[in-house]
Design a protein around this ligand. Structure first.
Ligand code: ADP
Ligand code: ADP
Length: 228
């Protein structure tokens, strides 16, 4: 579903962020990218929705080489969740969640109905939280809105960059549980970046363990934990 073929990313200043990376994520599979800060996880992920393009190598989504894809069209099929959620502060939670469907040309009423369903799905009553503004939510609730928004256009692929990193451990634990339940139902193809090995093990069907610019191990949680 997502395939990296000998992908290298060198930034203009000469930093080699990703070095000859090849791996594949199956349809409906959740792969966690784990490793210390600066080892190339975010760079890897941002190449999938063409926020960055590789210096060398090719990336395929659903069998198609994305180097020829229109980034805007591509991003409609790829939900993106980041740590600080990037919610629009002057839009309500409901309108934030409806953003992508509206941009994709859905009628406003349909987009809002869909947004309400999604808020419900992530555990926020749309009647209560839909009309609020992001600053009127707790950190955990904002993070849930971020997930709902990424899911709103029903993309087959989700990219998540430290999605549960900005909340306290208790909230993180709850969000992880909820997300696992959601993923069991939705079966999205997910790349999830974390620097927390426990989170990687808990959430991942497979784990890509990064060292500087490279994947050092790519295996199931049991095998990664059992490794010498
Ligand atoms: P991670 O997500 O694992 O923390 P990143 O992919 O963000 O790692 O960064 C990988 C490497 O690329 C790091 O050395 C980082 O400093 C460097 N880097 C990231 N973005 C840029 C950029 N825009 N220009 C130059 N170097 C960058
Ligand atoms: P969570 O466990 O989801 O992070 P919190 O314990 O941080 O939730 O918040 C508890 C309650 O307080 C939530 O129902 C949230 O709606 C409310 N709340 C938090 N921050 C604010 C705020 N700035 N304005 C209004 N309500 C808030």
């Amino acid at each position: 579903m997502i395939r990296f073929e000998s992908v290298t990313k060198c930034y203009p200043d000469g930093t080699l962020a990703v070095d000859d990376l090849s791996f594949e994520v199956g349809t409906g599979e959740l792969v966690t990218l784990v490793g210390p800060s600066g080892c190339g996880k975010t760079t890897t992920m941002m190449m999938v929705n063409r926020l960055l393009d590789p210096t060398h190598g090719r990336i395929f989504v659903d069998g198609a080489d994305i180097s020829g894809a229109d980034p805007v069209t591509l991003r409609r099929r790829i939900g993106y969740v980041i740590q600080q959620t990037g919610l629009f502060p002057h839009r309500t939670v409901l309108d934030n969640t409806a953003t992508v469907p509206v941009l994709s040309g859905w009628k406003k009423a349909r987009a809002r109905a869909r947004a309400a369903e999604l808020l419900d799905l992530v555990g926020l009553d749309p009647a209560v939280y839909g009309p609020r503004y992001p600053e009127q939510l707790s950190g955990g609730q904002r993070q849930r809105v971020g997930v709902a928004r990424a899911l709103a256009a029903d993309p087959p692929v989700l990219l998540m960059d430290e999605p549960f990193g900005a909340v306290d451990p208790v909230v993180r634990d709850r969000l992880q549980k909820e997300f696992l339940r959601l993923q069991a139902e939705l079966r999205k193809t997910v790349l999830l970046v974390t620097h927390d090995i426990e989170e990687a093990v808990r959430l991942g069907d497979r784990i890509a363990v990064y060292g500087a610019g490279r994947i050092e191990q790519y295996d199931t949680p049991a095998s990664v934990l059992g490794a010498p």
